[in-house]
Write a protein that binds this ligand. Structure first.
Ligand code: FEO
Ligand code: CA
Ligand code: CA
Ligand code: CA
Length: 596
């Protein structure tokens, strides 16, 4: 039987209780310092963040982006250079003046309404940019931030203003398209008839790093940035499967024709990829690696097969989409060119069987009936064609550093609920069974697989569930109680970010329901936990502020600091006044010893 609630000797901390407040909490003997907030200047000529109005367009281009997510630390001569994703922006926070005007207009409409329905309709609106300038502010607030960090003798971290490494990559940064989809007619636009030069990367969710020291940033919900000013347009082929619709959440298309697919129908086909960035060369052009497939990429977990081939695990975070694996043709040899390793290889998709075995199905033209380029443009359709297993929203994959195992967070799935419909871009109502065992899955689970022959490139594997999250307080028994390693003392919902530390402990971050009510009673705010894969034990390490998810983490070069991201906080976190700001916290032991 698994230990219930007791801290294992492998955890260097006493687990903490849940929280429902607007603070970050860490165990006794640890401190958490807020660092790298949205809008913090990267250069001394950038204006300071204004607590009431936030950033200007020009200021945002020279400041930390919004909504921190995946991150990786790169070390050069003991200098700590952090690459971090800025996944999206909350327009009601980014555009406070427009938000206030729209709120006043809605109030006026509601006041003039005569029925409760009209009142409700008046108050049901989304903040959208009101000008090209506001679109540009949103475009500058997202993408990737590269920032050098300094540490004082007392251990406090700060941004190295004006470091030659500091850089912003946003929705307008020039990048190269490489791999099987590069040059294809479906990627050609009037501005780029070569289909090899694109502006920007978007909805940068999880991250990854290569053995050769580059950063991988993963384009997730890119569909939300494209729309059509012509409401009558017929959706181009493949758009529906990716959730690209006439009306977009960001409304860029109203002011920036590049995002209007009635004018530029192929522009959306140039997004949904993994982008490789050299964080130590600020002049390097980022490269979209289409060989890794086109879908709503969560992260990119990279390892090497015993023979030196590069293996990349990739989740497609949508209800009923799939888990993928890329295997390079060539081998990584330190010192030799790596340029082909993420361009030339074979993409596979996972099929899980009830008996605990599984198979990676190669997405070849023979298997899919699609040509090579189309497999990498309509990857979801290719994976459906080979009968891949529909999943409960694959989020991060983490690869065990000492054992040949990998883990994927399957965060939750509302599409098997009785009221679920199949409208709007999702693949299908996902099948119940295998690694997705529950009918209604509001808690999530983590699946683990063991590649055959101790080789991540092998097409066969066996699998089990590392944890099924649940609520043992509300559900004394049954599937919604959760697996035996879930206790009243460590419970959580919706695992999302995951990363192993050097000891082989699995850090788990959550992005779930923080209402602390109903099925989520006693689970509190989103949190970060540490799991021991050897024993199954899980212990709570951090709780985030209410309203936020905890996502993205990295260690300092000396492993005495762990950096963790707080995304979309509520209240006025962390400043205590003014606009809420997504930020990274730096966590150390008070005795400054190694964490992990
Ligand atoms: Fe950006 Fe699936 O999380
Ligand atoms: Ca996520
Ligand atoms: Ca999530
Ligand atoms: Ca998120």
């Amino acid at each position: 039987a698994l230990a219930q609630g007791a801290a294992s000797s492998r955890f260097g901390f006493t687990p903490i209780p849940t929280a429902t407040d607007f603070e970050v909490h860490v165990p006794e003997g640890y401190t958490a310092q807020v660092l790298v907030r949205w809008g913090d200047p990267l250069f001394s000529d950038a204006p300071a963040f204004d607590p009431a109005t936030g950033v200007t367009v020009e200021g945002q281009r020279r400041a930390v982006g919004d909504n921190t997510d995946g991150m990786e630390m790169f070390v050069l001569n003991n200098r700590n250079i952090l690459a971090v994703n800025n996944e999206y922006t909350n327009l009601d926070v980014l555009l406070p003046e427009t938000a206030a005007r729209m709120a006043a207009e809605a109030e006026a409409r509601a006041a003039a309404a005569t029925t409760e329905e009209e009142k409700a309709a008046a108050m049901d609106y989304e903040v959208v940019p009101a000008s090209l300038e506001e679109v540009q502010k949103a475009q500058a607030a997202q993408g990737v931030t590269i920032v050098e960090l300094l540490q004082s003798d007392a251990g406090e971290w700060s941004i190295a203003l004006d470091s030659e490494f500091n850089r912003r990559i946003d929705h307008t940064t020039p990048m190269r398209i490489s791999g099987p989809a590069a040059g294809h007619a479906l990627l050609q636009t009037a501005a780029d008839p070569t289909a090899r030069e694109v502006l920007g990367t978007m909805n940068n969710c999880g991250a990854g790093r290569t053995p050769w020291g580059t950063y991988l940033t993963c384009e997730e919900n890119f569909n939300g940035y494209f729309g059509s000013t012509d409401p009558e347009i017929e959706l181009p082929q493949g758009f529906d499967r990716y959730g690209i619709a006439i009306e977009s959440g960001y409304a860029y298309e109203r002011f920036d024709p590049r995002f209007d697919f009635s004018q530029n129908p192929n522009e959306p086909n140039r997004f949904g990829y993994v982008v490789e960035i050299d964080p130590l060369d600020p002049a390097a052009t980022p490269v979209k690696r289409t060989a890794l497939g086109r879908f709503k990429h969560e992260n990119a977990a990279v390892t090497l097969a015993p023979d030196g081939r590069v293996v990349v695990y990739l989740g497609d975070d949508e209800r009923g989409e799939f888990l993928y694996k890329y295997v390079s043709n060539g081998r990584y040899v330190p010192g030799q060119s790596t340029d082909a390793l993420l361009d030339e290889g074979l993409l596979h998709v996972a099929r899980f069987f009830e008996n605990g075995t599984g198979q990676w199905i190669a997405l070849t033209p023979e298997a899919t009936g699609m040509d090579q380029a189309m497999i990498h443009i309509h990857t979801r359709q290719a994976a459906s064609a080979v009968g891949a297993t529909t999943m409960d929203r694959p989020e991060w994959v983490a690869i065990h550093p000492h054992a040949v195992q990998a883990y994927c967070a399957l965060t939750n799935n509302s599409r098997r609920a009785p009221e679920a419909t199949n409208a709007g871009g999702d693949a299908m109502v996902p099948v119940q069974g295998g690694p997705n065992p529950r009918a209604e899955n509001e808690f999530g689970q983590i699946v683990r697989w063991y590649p055959a022959n101790e080789d991540h490139a092998d097409p066969a594997f066996t699998w089990d569930l590392y944890v099924m999250a649940g609520n043992p307080t509300v559900h004394a028994e049954g599937a919604y109680r959760g697996s035996p390693n879930v206790t009243e003392g460590n419970m959580f919902n919706s695992p999302d970010g995951m990363m192993f530390d050097s000891k082989g402990l699995l850090w788990i971050q959550t992005d779930g329901d923080d209402s602390n009510e109903g099925d989520f009673a006693g689970q509190g705010n989103n949190q970060m936990l540490v799991g021991d894969p050897a024993t199954g034990e899980i212990a709570r390490f951090l709780t985030g502020p209410n309203g936020a998810e905890v996502t993205g983490m990295a260690f300092s070069a000396d492993r005495r600091t762990v950096f963790a991201g707080i995304q979309h906080p509520g209240g006025s976190w962390p400043d205590g006044t003014g606009l809420p700001r997504s930020a990274i916290v730096a966590i150390r032991r008070t005795d400054n010893t190694v964490i992990a």
